[in-house]
Ligand binder design. Structure first.
Ligand code: NAD
Length: 295
């Protein structure tokens, strides 16, 4: 069993940290919010009151933070991880951040003789709590091998996507596809309804025809066909509009840098920005269905 430092105990990190403790690791937990640290202690972790205390004897340092600027601050500030950790520790950042930010964090860490991985996740809060996340990992193969048993305590699928930053590249491209496919699925249900098909009838046909996709069969944006969908719970998240907008903006920035054409990705970003402006930031991203019905 390993000594693990866990920094960032929010919606996602709290469940991930609890699963590491449940698997028998010694986990020391830190968050700016003391209540989150208390909750982690109840779930079997040890409390830390600073990053320095959290990482002092860690073999692995896992971060689950809102955005790239937080990751860079937590890693590189004077009171941050690199200043207080033995450089034999492996740094694993599970936050969703820009590909460039992940690559520059990897490069800066390596300059200080630290090994690191970007390991963003797919699956949301329910999967974080259940230990069924999918990890997409960027970094050296040897570091990936070393991290795999730790990641497997928090997830059921662990993929090596290639060198540093490639985990974030996979996550960005995947979530752009999800945003586009959710809008496309919602458009199809809206059109079918306006043409006289009820949602159940259209679902039964299209889920067995060429329109079938995850946004339809696992997360249907029209109320009715998939009982667990947020559509049946007034579009409570789930995966919030604000989160999808964040990911689509990351995709847009990455595409601009890489000169990749993403015409539907751009339109998806504009539509989610509109939902955000309408005060729907905290609704599930499948609320785009209701927006189309009311347009
Ligand atoms: P969150 O805001 O609930 O949690 C982030 C935590 O980081 C908070 O508890 C905050 O106090 C803490 N924090 C911020 N700065 C800190 C610092 N300097 N030191 C210590 N702690 C600090 O966010 P979340 O929903 O848990 O998401 C975390 C990451 O996972 C994000 O990058 C998000 O894009 C990604 N993600 C989220 C989901 C989801 O469904 N929520 C799904 C996949 C990926």
């Amino acid at each position: 069993m390993s000594n693990i430092a866990f920094i960032g105990l929010g919606n996602m990190g709290s469940g991930m940290c609890a699963n590491l403790a449940k698997a028998g690791h010694q986990v020391r937990a830190f968050d700016l919010n003391p209540q989150s640290v208390e909750n982690a202690v109840e779930a079997g972790a040890l409390a830390a009151t600073s990053i320095a205390q959290c990482v002092s004897d860690a073999e692995y340092v896992i971060t689950m933070l809102p955005a790239g600027k937080h990751v860079h601050a937590v890693y590189f500030d004077d009171d941050g991880v690199l200043a207080h950790t033995d450089n034999g520790a492996l740094l694993i950042d599970c936050s969703t951040i820009a590909v460039d930010e992940a690559r520059s964090a990897g490069t800066q860490a390596l300059q200080k003789q630290f090994r690191s991985l970007d390991a963003p996740v797919s699956g949301g809060v329910a999967a974080a709590n259940a230990g069924t996340l999918t990890f997409m990992v960027g970094g050296e193969s040897a570091d990936f091998q070393r991290a795999t048993p730790i990641l497997e305590a928090m997830g059921k699928n662990v993929f090596h996507a290639g060198p540093s930053g490639n985990g974030q590249a996979a996550k960005t491209a995947n979530n752009m596809l999800l945003g586009i496919s959710m809008i496309a699925t919602s458009e199809a249900f809206n059109l079918a309804e306006k043409l006289g098909l009820d949602a159940e009838t259209f679902f039964n046909i299209s889920s067995k025809a060429s329109g079938q996709c995850w946004s339809m069969t696992s997360y249907c944006p029209a109320p009715g066909p998939v009982p667990t969908s947020p559509a049946n719970n007034d579009y409570e998240p789930g995966f919030a509009v604000a989160m999808m907008l964040k990911d689509l903006r990351l995709a847009q920035d990455a595409a601009t840098g890489a000169k990749a054409a993403i015409p539907f990705g751009e339109q998806a970003e504009r539509l989610y920005a509109q939902l955000d402006e309408q005060g729907l930031a905290h609704k599930d991203f499948s609320v785009v269905m209701r927006h189309l019905q009311e347009s």
